[in-house]
Design a protein around this ligand. Structure first.
Ligand code: GLC
Length: 753
């Protein structure tokens, strides 16, 4: 290390006069690059998985010895999935003290919804519509991960998706670009904090760039097929928001767009991200995605894939081993200009510099911090708050909820009710297995009632993990009888049904989005003996709850809520927390309706009824989803009145104020997400029926009311137009303010030139 500092200091002194207008950071980086061989540059662009716990397919053979040698030769720039201060320090020591230039490694990991303290899966947390909370949970995740030696997370995943068949919807923030953009900013700021050189901040990574959420038929890794207006108006905004929030890395995606693999897509990576958006961080490929351009039929071999990827602007190669093995030859043969490597290496070194790794490459390796920060009670309390606010009340007939706290006999039924593992969700980083609070444990803390538990049926059997399919039980109903007996002799039945935590996430596409296994059959049997059923749904995606919506009086969407799941669910069911969640992704009536989303286009033959044969509808279900974007009930009621706008015309330089009075007309204090939607009636391209353009989460006591104001300015009217620019277009607009995207009542105004 001393050698590196001395030689750099000398270089500094000599060259500092030459380029005094460069910042110290850029001078340092330029000086370092000037010393690097082509092989060392290729090495900085090479990322390997730790030597265990891969999150993707691993190469065959004795790769570990080869990789250690490359590490010692300065041919590794980053590693992922190396866990723990001891391991990270050991590998960093090799890079810093045994290589020629001593350039530190950057260590990445999927810290998606927590590190040791597990927060709700991102799709759940997005249902809180609480940006401050989402920033706070990312901050805690960063504090824990950095305490354990890590300096980079592969999050936030900002893929917009409208397809519940795609298992990775659990990682995102749903179907809307406006909300998705605000959540992207909140999470980037949470992970990166105010100063990346602080020891409790980590680099964030906006992924997967781009269009991965539009995988055809919801089949993971599949091709996509959308036009460039969808790209710019729907898919890109959260990525641009992440750049505006200062995100320092991007990850590209497995899919093709415009029939080109994103990893080899020069236009989105160089023209848009690095060009138009002036992004000066770096892009890491997704796992093996450079090599995968061969099966895509876009590259003829590994050398060709490396050439295409580096030219397209992919700066770091995750687990293809193609940059480290092919770039030297490509540069020496003249197929690739060395300046492309210099640009990529400069970006990588820039982020390492901003982390402070050159000042102290071991700064993140503090075992005492690790011991004190990870899974602290304080962090767990934030996880509980996030879990409660992520729960969405979908139905509550006859005020079955909240439950009475005294003298009730309550049957709790379902394998997931007693499961301390599944509710941790997929992408669970370093949380201990079976460490969550179960629903049974949470409910038993309420001592005023008699609570009995019966499994009823196994949803799944055996161990579950990231790599293998969950084994679903389709045969064994032997526990139905005991569950029916428990239900028949109880006042209320809490049925906890849904997906096991690894039934959603990467590689978990499903063509059937019903309650899996024998759960629905059990539910129907229980209903025969007791109608007072509260269905608690645990899932990583919207499920088809159409039968349940007709036949079950109370339904709570409880996602996978993380470490404090059972406490959160119990506190909501007993009314100690009045549910305030609102869906950020539409729930379809059945899988045949997918993709279904609120900001749809009207078509030339809009349908309002299944009786209209020659209109754009189905013969068997309505076009509307079962539960819409923005929908979520409360134990209280809110009345909307006095809807006003300040003017019926506006110019690009003026503003309109839209306001509404919201009154709590019920008996409980409650929170309400008041939502503002706009509709651009006529555009140079067909425009959505409505678009979310603002929201405010308010809390009202019974009888209390509040006027909620929204400012409508030109930026809210802009879209990526036929002219391929972001602009607003004069004409008629409708403005809606309501409790969800079903709102119909609107005001009209005109944007004039
Ligand atoms: C996976 C995922 C990506 C993740 C990466 C590292 O294949 O697609 O989201 O960050 O590999 O685990």
């Amino acid at each position: 290390m001393k050698k590196l500092i001395y030689s750099l200091f000398v270089l500094f002194f000599i060259t500092s006069c030459q380029n005094s207008n460069l910042t110290e950071k850029e001078k340092f980086i330029d000086n370092l690059i000037s010393q690097m061989t082509i092989a060392e540059k290729a090495g900085q662009m090479n990322q390997y998985n730790g030597f265990w716990d891969a999150t993707g397919p691993m190469p065959e053979g004795d790769y570990q010895k080869k990789r250690y040698n490359e590490l010692k030769n300065g041919q590794v720039g980053s590693m992922l999935n190396v866990i723990g201060v001891e391991e990270i320090r050991a590998l960093q020591k090799i890079a810093v003290e045994e290589t020629r230039l001593g350039i530190p490694l950057i260590f990445g990991h999927d810290v998606i919804h927590g590190y040791k303290t597990m927060f709700p899966i991102p799709l759940a947390e997005s249902s809180s519509w609480d940006l401050e909370l989402m920033q706070k949970s990312a901050r805690i995740a960063a504090t824990e991960a950095s305490a354990d030696g890590l300096n980079w997370t592969f999050a936030p995943m900002v893929d917009i998706s409208r397809d519940a068949r795609w298992g990775r919807v659990m990682e995102g923030a749903g179907e809307d670009p406006f909300l998705g953009s605000l959540i992207a900013k909140a999470r980037v700021r949470g992970f990166q904090g105010e100063d990346l050189s602080e020891v409790n901040t980590i680099v964030a990574c906006a992924k997967h760039f781009a269009g991965y959420g539009f995988s055809e038929a919801g089949r993971d890794y599949n091709t996509t097929d959308f036009n460039h207006y969808t790209l710019h108006n729907t898919i890109m905004p959260p990525f641009k928001a992440a750049v505006d929030a200062g995100v320092r890395t991007f990850m590209n995606s497995f899919n093709t767009l415009d029939e080109i693999p994103a990893t080899g897509h020069k236009h989105i990576q160089r023209d848009i991200l690095k060009g138009d958006w002036n992004f000066d961080g770096f892009i890491v490929s997704d796992w093996g995605s450079i090599d995968q351009m061969i099966p895509h039929g876009f590259a003829s071999n590994g050398e060709h894939a490396a050439e295409l990827a580096v030219i397209a602007g992919s700066d770091m190669d995750m687990e293809s081993s193609l940059y480290v093995s092919k770039l030297v030859g490509l540069v020496e043969s003249g197929k690739v200009n060395e300046e492309l490597l210099d640009d990529a290496v400069r970006r990588i070194l820039r982020v390492k510099y901003e982390l402070g790794l050159f000042d102290d490459p071991y700064k993140y390796c503090d075992q005492d911090r690790s011991d004190s920060e990870l899974g602290s009670e304080e962090n767990m309390m934030v996880a509980l708050d996030a879990a409660k606010k992520s729960i969405v009340l979908l139905k509550n007939d006859n005020g079955l909820l909240p439950l009475k706290k005294q003298n009730q006999k309550i049957a709790i039924i379902g394998q997931l009710a007693n499961d301390k593992n599944s509710t941790l969700g997929n992408w669970r980083s370093q949380v201990e297995y079976n460490s969550a609070v179960s629903v049974v444990e949470g409910m038993k803390k309420y001592k005023g009632n008699k609570t009995i538990y019966q499994k009823g049926v196994d949803l799944y059997y055996g161990e579950t993990n990231f790599h293998n399919r969950v084994k679903i039980n389709f045969k064994d109903k032997s526990d139905f009888g005991k569950a029916k007996l428990a239900a028949a002799t109880s006042d209320v039945v809490i049925m906890v049904l849904g997906e096991e935590g690894h039934q959603s996430g990467e590689g978990r596409s499903r063509t059937n989005i019903d309650l899996p296994g024998l759960q629905k059959e059990l539910l129907k049997e229980i209903k025969k003996v007791n109608k007072n059923i509260v269905l608690v749904v645990m899932s990583g995606r919207p499920l088809d709850l159409t039968w349940e919506d007709v036949n079950i009086p109370a339904i709570v969407q409880a996602w996978q809520l993380g470490s404090k799941s059972g406490d959160a669910i119990a506190q909501v069911l007993y009314g100690d927390y009045n549910p305030s969640g609102k869906l950020t992704m539409s729930f379809p009536r059945n899988v045949g309706q997918v993709p279904v989303y609120y900001n749809f286009k009207n078509t030339g033959r809009p349908s309002t009824s299944i009786e209209q044969v020659t209109n754009s509808g189905y013969a068997d279900v309505e076009n509307s989803p079962l539960y819409s974007f923005g929908y979520g009930l409360s134990y209280t009621e809110f009345k909307y009145s006095d809807f006003e706008i300040s003017s019926s015309t506006m110019t690009k330089d003026s503003k309109i104020n839209a306001s509404i009075r919201v009154t709590n007309t019920g008996n409980y204090k409650g929170e309400e997400v008041v939502q503002l939607y706009l509709r651009d009636i006529v555009g140079s391209i067909a425009r959505p029926m409505k678009e979310l353009k603002g929201f405010e989460k308010i809390e009202l006591n019974p009888g209390e009311s509040k006027i909620v104001n929204f400012e409508i300015e030109n930026s809210l009217l802009e879209f990526y137009s036929y002219n391929n620019v972001w602009e607003s277009e004069p004409g008629k607009f409708h403005v809606f303010i309501g409790t969800d995207s079903n709102v119909r009542d609107h005001k009209e105004f005109y944007l004039t030139n």
